[in-house]
Design a binder for this molecule. Structure first.
Ligand SMILES: [Zn+2]
Length: 304
């Protein structure tokens, strides 16, 4: 069983009609990266299921502003994601991005998402400019707990205008994960700290301390779009990513890490199957048993 713990669908991004300077090698500028295409890529790569995280421009203001774009240049959203979740219920688990918890209808929106089949929620604390220990956000986590749902966190895009990354990690480690020890949390991009840097100790310690924490591993070291994404670009088998994965694996062990691709964000430079093969054929630092855990069994425990 192979489970990809981070994917999205995008109708169009930086469309050529608005951005004629963009290159044709960026597929989103001229065609759809749909759930149909994603399922075809999953079939070719032998991936059984994926965590489909729904978001649109309203959920990612910092990312879009950070690259000097406007919301009309990123066309996707909950409705679009849900259409494919409904079409392929046996292939996707749906995670709904949490709207700004300061909105009066936030909890009501999420309750409806749960009733419509969401497996869990995705929180981007930087995008909503909130600390993880703020009462409004804890109410959201509590709602997930009451509904027996999973929580996913994207700590990327933290800048000087948002709560800093190290504070978010600290809040997670010392408050949130213990307060909600019965809720399973997934932190994406390995916590957004380069595992080869000394700051990564914070992530290693946190992962070892909390049984309810899992780390998804798409683009390890990714902090903000502006500072670079997927450094290996098209250099198969993505040696920097593998080096970081190896370090993380050595520091947190085989039971915490989950495979993720973040498709289709780097469709301009690599194919989906290569991200899977990079692990299957080149992560030789993992035993066959640990590779099975990484590619799917840990995700099944997270879903538990
Ligand atoms: Zn993502």
């Amino acid at each position: 069983m192979i489970i990809d713990t981070e994917v999205h669908v995008i109708y169009r991004m930086f469309p050529r009609e608005l951005d004629p300077e963009r290159s044709l090698v960026e597929p989103w500028t001229w065609h759809e990266l749909s759930g149909d295409l994603l399922v075809a890529e999953m079939d070719r790569a032998g991936v059984d299921k994926a965590f489909l995280i729904s978001y649109g421009a309203e959920d990612l203001p910092l990312m879009i502003e950070g690259v000097g774009r406007s919301s009309e240049e990123f066309i996707s959203g909950k409705k679009y994601h849900k259409a494919f979740f409904r079409k392929y219920p046996e292939r996707f688990y749906w995670f709904a991005t949490v709207p700004n918890p300061r909105r009066a209808d936030c909890l009501e929106t999420l309750q409806k998402d749960f009733e419509e089949g969401a497996t869990g929620i995705k929180i981007f604390p930087a995008q909503i400019n909130m600390n993880l220990n703020e009462p409004k956000l804890l109410e959201v986590v509590n709602l997930a707990r009451k509904n027996d749902k999973r929580v996913m966190l994207g700590l990327e895009e933290a800048t000087e205008k948002t709560p800093p990354l190290m504070s978010l990690l600290q809040q997670l480690d010392s408050e949130v994960l213990s307060q909600f020890s019965d809720v399973h949390f997934q932190v994406n991009h390995g916590g957004c700290i380069d595992p080869l840097s000394s700051e990564a100790d914070a992530v290693f310690r946190m992962a070892r301390r909390h049984d309810n924490l899992f780390l998804s591993t798409a683009f390890l070291g990714y902090v903000t779009m502006e500072r670079g994404y997927a450094e290996d670009r098209h250099e198969y088998p993505f040696p920097t990513q593998l080096k970081r994965l190896k370090r993380l694996y050595e520091m947190v062990g085989p039971d915490k890490l989950m495979f993720g691709t973040d498709w289709p964000w780097v469709e301009d430079c690599r194919k989906y199957i290569q991200d899977v093969d990079s692990v299957r054929k080149h992560a030789d630092f993992m035993s066959a048993k640990d590779q099975e855990k990484f590619l799917g069994l840990n995700a099944m425990r997270y879903l538990g």
